[in-house]
Each structure stands twice: as structure tokens, then as C-alpha cells.
Design a protein around this ligand. Sequence first.
Ligand code: AMP
Length: 282
Amino acid sequence: MIVIKSKNELQQTIQKWKKQNKSIGFVPTMGYLHEGHLTLIKNARKENDIVVLSIFVNPLQFGVNEDFGTYPRDLMRDLDLAKNVGVDVVFAPTTEEMYPNKPSVTVQVHSRIHVLCGKSREGHFDGVATILTKLFHLVQPNRAYFGMKDAQQVAVVEGLIDDFHFPIELVRVETVREEDGLAKSSRNVRLLPHEREEAKYLYASLLKAKQTIEKGERNPKVVTKHVRDFLTEHISGEIDYIELYSYPELEEVETVTGEVIIALAVKYSQARLIDNITIEVN
Ligand code: AMP
């Protein structure tokens, strides 16, 4: 496994593989790797000749009051984990390497961002789309792997790939969970013990919603109310949102039909957790 910090070196390395017609699978992350990230990498390993992992905490996607400074980082540990799952190249640039100057061009996302996390995290998805555009140009992957834990991000990246004609296949990877159902996240380390204990109810509430739909409920407001009632009964965290939309368009629906997403966000003292499930309803 090679660790690359410079854009030039990455480009030269990629060129070499492109000339040899190697397929490249790309897993972009912010590091502090856990089983969720490793699952993306393992999928990439199976489906490509070369696996490139990027580790970069992207300042552009954090709001002024968000946790850019305190986002958990541990590059040495990440490199060990990456090596064990067969990564070929880790691209771990500094902020100065990715943004040597104040950006003169950034990418602005217009759709799929006015709901869920996009509503309260202004500019977040512009930051995501901008860094991914830069990384896609450098890595030139055949396939890029994204986790459904961040389903809104997947929806936005689908738009980015389509609109900017990137010749990249987006591979959606199911959310990897702890044994009690909590979606794995780098931010889970910040939960206090009682918060960690009750955080299992987030996924439980989504499963309740699924059951409600399976029993025949088709009114989105009734479904989300069930989730809210269940969560209010079981958790002390502050519910930021519980919403149901069509997926991946993220548009309001009057009736639950087709592919839909039920997504929620809950604020704890030091961490904001998100989770979702998508359901196909005929
Ligand atoms: P992050 O480092 O949080 O930016 O995440 C990098 C990638 O890993 C994104 O595509 C995430 O959706 C994905 N990811 C994070 N957590 C999980 C999880 N629990 N299961 C599956 N994928 C995940």
C-alpha cells in the first residue's frame, strides 16, 4: 500500500495504471475508519483492479458552527486498517494541498438539498460536491463507493455524476450497523454512555415505520408521527427532523409508493446522529 500526500504524485500513479487498463475503485472518506468504511473498501476490492482510498476532512463542507476542528482524526490507525483490507493507495492530502488558494470556482448543488440535512446545513452539499469534483478528476475512478447511511449525499452525488458527465459508476453500499442497530459513525465515539445506550432506538424507530407501511399505512404524516411518538417515548436526544420522501429525488409524496426514504436526525450533547431506511412500496 502506498500513501500519497501530493496531487502530482497521485496523478502520475493513476496515469500509470490507466495506461495498463486497470480498473479503479474509489472510496472517499474523512477518515477515522470504522466497519462502515471498511465495507465500502471491501466491495471496491472485489470489483476493481486498484482500490484508492482518500482520507480528507474537507473544511468546505463544514458550517461555521460545526465540528471541523474537533472531527476525530487518527491517520496512523486508519493506515493500518486500510492496509488490512487491501487498499492500494491512500490519498491523504493536507488542506493546503487541496485548497492552496481561496477557491475561484466551487460547485453549487440545486436540487435534493432543501430537505433533511441540507435544510439545516447550508452549503454542506456544495462543499461535498466541490471536493468530490476535485477528487474525481484526480483519481479518475471507474467506480465510486458511497454508503447509504448518508442517503442524501448519495442522491446528490448521483446528480453530480449525471450532470457533469463523469464516466463513473456510483455504487450504493448498505448501512453497516452495531449489533444493537446503531449505524456505525465516526461521531459515535462522542456519545455519552446513556446516549449511546438509547441511540439504538433510532434504528428501532425506522423499523417500526417500515412495519407500519408493511401493514398498509400509506399516509406519510401518519408514518412519521409513529416514528416521532416512538422516539419521544424512548430517547432524551433532541429530534432535529423525521421526514419521508421519494428516493432518490427527495420530493414530498402524498401517498407512500415507489422507493421512499424515511430519514431522521437527533442531536445529542456532543454529536448529531443521522439514520434512514429506504423502502420499495408497490
Ligand atoms: P465519512 O468518512 O463519514 O465521510 O464517510 C465516508 C463514506 O463512508 C461515505 O460514503 C459514508 O456514507 C460511508 N459510511 C459512513 N458510515 C457508514 C456506515 N455505517 N455504513 C456504510 N457506509 C458508511
